[in-house]
Design a protein around this ligand. Structure first.
Ligand code: RM4
Ligand code: MN
Length: 384
């Protein structure tokens, strides 16, 4: 195996989301877990554990207002002391009564102004934390035909995105996220990659699309979207998770490791395995413990990446050029069917980590400590 694969794997960076460490659940019930953080400082401490045992998760995405603090520079300092940094700032314009009929697409200009002010506040937080990425997901849409004017809502969206775009500073960008449906059940304002792409294209290079792997209709070929966006320079990053039915937010690589491999293959083949593309997790651990849930997820992304890097590009190209369908498919499957766990264990050993992050975390006693010390106060949750 080429040295190059090992170096590239060691350089991987996967961002974990602050909200994965808080309590979460379905619309029916949130099950509290012992030791769950009470504030953003404690969430960062948990995220630092994921980095400590995997070595490849050095940044943490924040969600505002879930992670609102008085002094963001202080929060960033705290992160630095823990050996991690602040990653993407996720705006939240979906949990205020005012947003019932939409945020930036709301027919009421007062509500639109309020939503825009929040998005701009998120850019201020980027300035204070040194974050380069703003992630925008809009729950906006309508439930009934005729409820609002579909085209007018696109105009309002475009106007807000333009204001945010012009507020971005040097080295800052926004990633526009799409989602097929939910909470809107009739017409979602940014339902698919094409809509997100069109808005980003009009604005310029600081606007890119983020692919949340749980946000498509069943059967959608996500790797095609990845290949297309990369080719156009518009793939800004991923929100990784797994789904069986809708936006399930399960651990990435758990439902369909083959799909994750196919996605990572297109990333690698399309030149997207760089710092320009953000590999973020967007997950909730409703049943399983959260820190090991994140560690497992990071490892799943590493495994898919290792397999993608193992694809023999020359053999693939010559099979493709020769029209050898079976051989081309076999080259890809050979890589997918390779057990990369020994390679990753070896790489961890080389960088001074335990080869088995799950076991090392379990042995560390961290869970016992937080369960015993984090008592009193309100546990963090997703605020739903
Ligand atoms: C949304 C979307 C966003 C995430 C929230 C919690 O469905 O995926 O990226 O921030 O959920
Ligand atoms: Mn997402």
């Amino acid at each position: 195996m080429s040295m190059d694969i090992r170096t590239r794997l060691s350089a991987q960076r996967i961002e974990t989301p602050s909200w994965a460490y808080g309590n979460s659940g379905t619309r029916f019930k949130v099950f509290a877990q012992p030791g769950v953080p009470r504030d953003p400082y404690e969430k960062l401490a948990d995220a630092a554990q994921v980095h400590r045992f995997t070595g490849v998760a050095p940044s943490v995405a924040l969600h505002i207002p879930w992670d609102r603090v008085d002094d963001y520079a202080d929060l960033a300092r705290h992160a630095g002391e823990l050996g991690v940094g602040i990653g993407a700032i996720n705006a939240n314009v979906f949990q205020d009564d005012d947003y019932k009929l939409g945020s930036v697409t709301n027919p009421d200009p007062r509500v639109r102004a309020k939503a825009l002010a929040h998005l701009l506040e998120c850019v201020d937080i980027m300035d204070a934390t040194g974050s380069g990425t703003l992630k925008l997901w809009f729950a906006d849409g309508t439930n009934y035909p005729g409820q609002d004017d579909i085209r007018a809502r696109q105009d309002r969206l475009a106007e807000a995105l333009e204001s945010v775009y012009h507020r971005l500073g040097e080295g800052q960008r926004f990633l526009l996220e799409y989602k097929l449906f939910e909470p809107a059940f009739y017409a979602t304002d940014v339902p698919d990659w094409g809509t997100a792409y069109a808005h980003c294209l009009r604005l310029g290079p600081k606007a890119q699309v983020v692919v949340d792997t749980g946000h498509h209709a069943p059967g959608t070929n996500i790797e095609f979207i990845v290949a297309f966006l990369l080719r156009e320079g518009k793939l800004g990053g991923f929100d990784f998770n797994s789904r069986f039915y809708a936006d399930d937010d399960l651990m990435v690589g758990s439902a369909d490791p083959f799909q994750l491999f196919r996605i990572m293959y297109e990333v690698v083949a399309g030149g997207g395995y760089t710092d320009e593309v953000a590999f973020m997790l967007d997950q909730c651990h409703n049943l399983e413990p959260k820190i090991p849930g994140q560690i497992r997820s990071v490892m799943n992304v590493q495994e898919a990446t290792a397999k993608a890097l193992l694809v023999d590009g020359d053999a693939l190209r010559s099979a493709q050029d020769g029209g050898d369908v079976l051989q081309a498919n076999a080259v890809l499957m050979d890589a997918f069917n390779t057990d990369v766990r020994p390679l990753l264990a070896d790489l961890r050993r080389e960088s001074g980590l335990d080869p088995d992050p799950m076991a090392a975390y379990a042995r560390s006693g961290y869970f016992e400590t937080i369960s015993a010390t984090r008592v009193g106060g309100a546990q963090a949750g997703w605020g739903a």
